[in-house]
Write a protein that binds this ligand. Structure first.
Ligand SMILES: NC(=O)c1ccc[n+]([C@@H]2O[C@H](COP(=O)([O-])OP(=O)(O)OC[C@H]3O[C@@H](n4cnc5c(N)ncnc54)[C@H](O)[C@@H]3O)[C@@H](O)[C@H]2O)c1
Length: 351
């Protein structure tokens, strides 16, 4: 079978991490790129030997030579580009969040279903060795039923300054949408993707809204005046299984982190687990002993951002299910949207 031809839209920071995946894939070949910044696009094309370049994303989307569109633009452009690409008969891999709102994701799912093409969210943490080792243990049943989880992704002085992240019109939200999607997607995947039914939460800017507020990024910079999203969120979530989750995310918390503190505890009827330490905690009734064991990591393959592209190309070539289905991203964004709604109403929100 001829290699699937890939075109990337948005050739900035994250697109660079996808290129080694397209290079390594036996099924795909990177042939095109699009970006609204002509100069950056031309430099990128020269650097990677890509000659099909256009500042009009629709030209790449409608190019009959292209099979896969890889969307790496700021968040609020994901849905319109993905829907146009699916309607043009392309398979789509799209950076996280799939879209900043559940309504847009529902429209993307409809476009996927009417096109019969594949749609995947680039949730790269699922492709790390530590995540794969943990997921395979959980799927073997070592934890029993997971009835509670705690997860957080917290930074001290770690707010980005790019408008694509801190201005709602481009990002759709703050750390909920930027990093909350990572830890929440991974937690739900480990829990077996139960359906969320309610959330009570807060989402606010306590630090970024202060006079002379700053971030540690880039060696210390002021928070730009355009910052109009939350810098902190916390939530309590209930699922249809009866399971519960406590979630915390922040870019700017007075929390003792070495860069970033991303962790998860899973509590099951037969055992507990910590990620990314990858410890399984068990109790043995006959001997009345408690034990902790550390999982062996699945041997490292490609770096996770590259691996997700390899797996998407394989899924398209071999007609396998999407490695990260849009329905699971819909659960993630339904919860995050519920946190924003709960902040407004001050109470629990039914999902
Ligand atoms: N998975 C991860 O680890 C990870 C990390 C960072 C960013 N991201 C995601 O990747 C996406 C991009 O983030 P980034 O850090 O690469 O940002 P970036 O600003 O470095 O790059 C974005 C690029 O998109 C271009 N662009 C903007 N609007 C466009 C449009 N309408 N059409 C075509 N090009 C457009 C910009 O000119 C820029 O070159 C975001 O959705 C972000 O959430 C994911």
């Amino acid at each position: 079978m001829a290699a699937l031809k890939v075109g990337i839209i948005g050739v900035g920071g994250i697109a660079r991490t996808h290129i080694p995946g397209w290079m390594a894939s036996e099924h795909a070949e990177l042939v095109g790129g699009s970006d609204i910044h002509e100069e950056a696009l031309q430099a990128w094309g020269k650097e990677h030997g890509v000659s099909k370049l256009t500042t009009e994303a629709r030209e790449l989307i409608n190019d009959p030579d292209i099979d896969i569109i890889d969307i790496c633009t700021p968040n609020t452009y994901h849905a319109p580009l993905a829907i146009a690409a699916l309607d043009a008969g392309k398979h789509v891999i799209c950076e996280k969040p799939l879209a900043p709102t559940p309504g847009e994701i529902r429209q993307m799912i409809q476009a996927r279903d009417r096109s019969g093409k594949k749609l995947m969210t680039a949730q790269h943490f699922r492709f790390q060795g530590s995540s794969r080792a943990m997921k395979s243990q959980i799927d073997c049943g070592v934890l029993g039923d997971i009835y509670h989880a705690r997860s957080w992704m917290l930074r001290r002085g770690g707010a980005p300054t790019g408008l694509g992240f801190i201005q709602k019109q481009h990002s759709g939200g703050g750390p909920c949408i930027d990093i909350g999607v990572h830890i929440l997607d991974l937690t739900l995947w480990f829990m077996g993707n139960p359906e969320p039914v309610s959330v009570t939460g807060v989402a606010k800017a306590e630090i970024a809204s202060q006079e002379n507020a700053f971030t540690g990024w880039g060696g210390g910079q002021p928070i730009p005046p355009e910052f109009d999203v939350e810098d902190f969120a916390a939530a309590f979530i209930r699922f249809d299984t009866g399971a519960t989750l406590i979630l915390e995310v922040s870019w700017l918390l007075h929390h003792d982190t070495q860069g970033e503190d991303m962790q998860m505890w899973l509590y099951g009827t037969q055992g507990g687990a910590h990620w990314p330490k990858n410890e399984i905690l068990e109790s043995h009734k006959p001997t009345r002993q408690f034990t902790n064991k550390t999982l062996k990591l699945t041997p490292p393959g490609l770096e996770a951002h590259a691996e997700e592209c390899v797996q998407f190309a394989k899924a398209v070539a071999e007609d396998l299910p999407s490695p990260v289905p849009a329905e699971q991203s819909l659960q993630v964004l339904t919860i995050l949207d519920g946190i924003y709604r709960s902040q407004k109403t001050g109470g629990e929100v039914r999902l």
